[in-house]
Design a protein around this ligand. Structure first.
Ligand SMILES: Nc1ncnc2c1ncn2[C@@H]1O[C@H](COP(=O)(O)OP(=O)(O)OP(=O)(O)O)[C@@H](O)[C@H]1O
Ligand SMILES: [Mg+2]
Length: 260
């Protein structure tokens, strides 16, 4: 069943076409990747999907609803959540507190409830903590709940960032280079972690430079270069695609990450 359908989206900055006529699909339960050399327009696609930028053209249909160019506050509770290219955790807060930040958009009590510490506010807080713990348990991280975020190994911090995105109950998780900065062993653990997400009810749209990760977990791959879609297919086909190999080699020495 179609979850996300992106049709011909475009975004220019001044004279630069960062994203140009980009189309792709994500179905329920899939892990779909967007790859491409630096500056290809991948993060801009995420920014368009989540309302950080407005599309110049094109449409974004999510859960059968047009969502392109909604005002940013309307994206709250749209059941798609992202992580960022650079880790954005609060190092001095606990793991639980970091996850709770992801729940902010689900809070239903008012500021007045908070000031007066009403029953509604206390129940709301309890629900938030329960949900955060539930997410941590579902990914075997509950033992870290009270630890300071900065004390965790970097690979676990990356998983925590994804956990924070999971707590608002999204149907689609947008992950922007989750393996950046990880060593091969941590990357392998992350691959297992991401591969397990569809079984937990999350579809995944992944931006990633680590080709071993992309090729091992993706159901389907879209390849961008200079803002455009230059190829698409299952991992085996994309690995063999001449245009893809050329795009990576053209940016200097990426050959080793594709296939061989
Ligand atoms: N806010 C902005 N203002 C001007 N130019 C921008 C802006 N955001 C992105 N760009 C430009 O758009 C192009 C695509 O950038 P984008 O960040 O989407 O690439 P990317 O594929 O995510 O690259 P990387 O793999 O390095 O993260 C780049 O040339 C970038 O400089
Ligand atoms: Mg990027």
């Amino acid at each position: 069943m179609g979850l996300l359908s992106v049709n011909g989206i475009c975004k220019s900055f001044g004279g630069l076409a960062a994203v140009s006529d980009m189309s792709f699909e994500v179905s329920n339960g899939q892990i779909i990747s967007i790859i491409g050399p630096n500056g290809a327009g991948k993060t801009t696609v995420f920014n368009l999907l989540t309302g950080f930028y407005e599309c110049d053209e094109g449409s974004i249909i999510f859960r059968e609803e047009e969502i392109s160019n909604l005002p940013p506050y309307e994206y709250v509770n749209k059941k798609l959540t992202r992580t960022f290219q650079n880790l954005k955790l609060f190092p001095n807060m606990t793991v639980l507190e970091n996850v709770l930040i992801g729940y902010q958009s689900c809070i239903t009590y008012s500021r007045l409830d908070a000031i007066l510490n009403t029953r509604k506010k206390r129940l709301g807080e309890q629900k938030a903590r329960e949900k955060a713990m539930e997410v941590l348990q579902s990914i075997d991280m509950e033992q870290y709940a009270m630890e300071k975020c900065s004390s965790l190994p970097y690979g676990v911090q990356k998983q925590l960032e994804i956990a924070r995105a999971m707590v608002s109950d999204p149907q689609l998780l947008l992950l922007d280079e989750p393996a950046a900065g990880l060593n091969p062993q941590e990357t392998e653990q992350l691959a297992v972690f991401i591969k397990g997400l569809p079984a937990k009810g999350y579809s995944v749209l992944l931006i990633e430079h680590d080709m071993s990760l992309v090729m091992s977990i993706s159901d389907y791959i879209y390849v961008m270069d200079y803002g455009k879609l230059i190829a698409q297919g299952v991992p085996e086909d994309v690995q063999q695609n001449e245009q893809v190999i050329e795009a990576y080699i053209g940016r200097g020495g990426f050959k080793h990450v594709i296939g061989s």
